[in-house]
Design a protein around this ligand. Structure first.
Ligand code: SAH
Ligand code: SF4
Ligand code: F3S
Length: 476
């Protein structure tokens, strides 16, 4: 029998005097006293860095309620799926995994399952969870993260399934940042949402319209990070260079970078993601002026064909894009360049695809994130009639990778023998005698070293090159 879903506003009056964080903490403390172990929580995160950062915020909240994070679903009492809708495959994966959760839940008497993130902002996947996945106890959207304690409390008190979704983007600044994934580099949201409506993209429907955070709030957050020993920040937004337009006192993205560059102790500034239509010469010139600005530009192009770019609603041409890349190379010749490319957008002919290959060869990207076009219901391109067959998409995709790999190899090989500065992130994933980190230009470098180097910037000599990473030796 299906249990009716309860919305948080139905219990708002009832629980108006409850301090949800303290209440859950008390329950969890009692559990600890009784069992001698803490209650455990697990978050599965899909999608972009925005989602990663949202999960970091959730971890903060969970830890403040005395949950301990785990990676083992069998020992967790709370499992949260922080979902992504960007491609159909990302959604299908979660739907499949949630199916398996039913068996896990039946085998345990105290497991709570929650689904959050972009999928829950969309009617279709949300309705599947509501009507078919009755073992999911809590559903909340991208704008409702601060409500997590209230959701957990209400679900526990009422024993009902609970839902909270809001369409308007509430800034989540008030979430305490007790916990971040790393203690030397942090993500900082500067702008939420997106106004661009690229015809293939679901994000404007899941993250709402653009809202910039105030520059003083951003500077304060980063100053605190720097005071706590953080060396690097990545400024996040779906379109970072349209930052500042809606502020009472407008501040351009370029001006924001200047403010952040002046923060003492901070060493590197990265940002994700700029849009080519809004990238100003003033911003590109900052690569020659701001010493902390990482010498890496990730500028998603999507296609090299003017016709396809028009149908994607991207508002720039191939020539305009190339001119931006040439400009930044003039300012800083060794800049590391990367991009996003969609293959097989509706109406992409062989000739149009070759325009993309040509653009890739001209720009010489160090690397690229490449995607097969995926139809997203509700977006304009999903209704275009000239969809491309899967096998054609795949064949083009492989040809694109060949070109990208050749350029990547060539560019990385040129770095052999050079000395670079690496901010060490972690023990290498492939060899535990090594550590890995990133150069200022975002190149991944592995070298023999120990965990005491994590969080430090060290000099490394490059000794070998792979397509996506470099090998090196620590210089004393
Ligand atoms: N806001 C950023 C990134 C958005 S999502 C930007 O504008 O560039 C990251 C990437 O996913 C996009 O750049 C695009 O290349 C890809 N993407 C988005 N929607 C897609 C779809 N429907 N099919 C395939 N790839 C898609
Ligand atoms: Fe999607 Fe385009 Fe917005 Fe990027 S700019 S999030 S691709 S709509
Ligand atoms: Fe995915 Fe949502 Fe990010 S759709 S890419 S998690 S904004």
């Amino acid at each position: 029998m299906s249990k009716r879903i309860l919305r948080l506003n139905e219990t708002k009056e009832l629980y108006k005097d409850v301090d949800f964080i303290s209440a859950i903490k008390e329950i969890n403390d009692d559990y600890y006293k009784e069992k001698g172990i803490k209650k455990k929580a697990l978050i599965f995160t899909y999608g972009c860095q925005m989602n990663e950062h949202n999960s970091e915020n959730m971890i903060s909240l969970l830890e403040s309620m005395n949950y301990e994070m785990t990676e083992d679903q069998n020992e967790a009492q709370l499992i949260i799926f922080n979902t992504c809708s960007i491609r159909e495959s990302a959604e299908n994966k979660v739907i499949g995994l949630l199916g398996h959760m039913k068996t896990l839940k039946e085998s345990k008497d105290d497991l709570t399952i929650a689904v959050a993130g972009c999928m829950m902002q969309r009617d279709d996947p949300r309705n599947i969870i509501l009507t078919k996945y009755h073992h999911v106890d809590i559903i909340f959207g991208t704008n409702n993260i601060p409500k997590l304690p209230e959701l957990i409390y209400t679900q526990k008190e009422t024993g009902k399934r609970v839902l909270d979704i809001i369409e308007n983007y509430d800034l989540v600044d008030d979430i305490p940042e007790y916990n971040r994934l790393y203690s030397h580099k942090g993500f900082v949201n500067i702008i939420h949402g997106c106004n661009n409506f690229c015809t293939y993209c679901i994000v404007p429907y899941t993250r709402g319209r653009e809202i910039s955070r105030k520059p003083e709030d951003i500077v304060k957050e980063i100053t605190e990070l720097a005071n706590n020993g953080y060396k690097e920040v990545t400024l996040l937004g779906q379109n970072v260079n349209s930052y500042g337009k809606n502020l009472d006192r407008p501040c351009s993205f370029s001006e924001l970078l200047e403010l952040i560059n002046a923060i003492p102790g901070l060493e590197r500034i990265r940002f994700m993601t700029p849009h080519p239509k809004d990238i100003s010469d003033e911003l590109l010139e900052q690569y020659g002026k701001l010493d902390k600005l990482s010498k890496h530009l990730h500028l998603p192009v999507q296609s090299g064909s003017d016709e396809i770019l028009k149908r994607m609603n991207r508002h720039y041409t191939k020539e305009k894009y190339i001119s931006k890349i040439e400009k930044v190379k003039e300012v800083y010749p060794d800049i590391v360049l990367s991009t996003d490319i969609i293959v097989g957008f509706p109406g992409e002919t062989e000739e149009y695809f070759e325009e993309t290959l040509d653009l890739v060869k001209k720009c010489k990207f160090d690397f690229a994130y490449t995607f097969l076009y995926s139809k997203r219901s509700g977006t304009k391109a999903a209704y275009y009639e000239d969809q491309i067959p899967h096998d054609v998409k795949l064949e083009r995709f492989n040809r694109l990778l060949d070109v990208l790999y050749d350029i990547g190899n060539e560019k990385n090989t040129k770095l052999i023998g050079t000395e670079v500065e690496v901010l060490v992130d972690e023990i290498s994933k492939t060899d535990d005698t090594k550590v890995s980190g990133r150069t200022d230009g975002f190149k991944l470098v592995n070298f023999v070293g120990t965990s005491d180097l994590i969080g430090k910037i060290v000099k490394v000599k490059i000794t070998d090159a792979n397509t996506f990473s470099l090998e090196g030796e620590l210089i004393d």
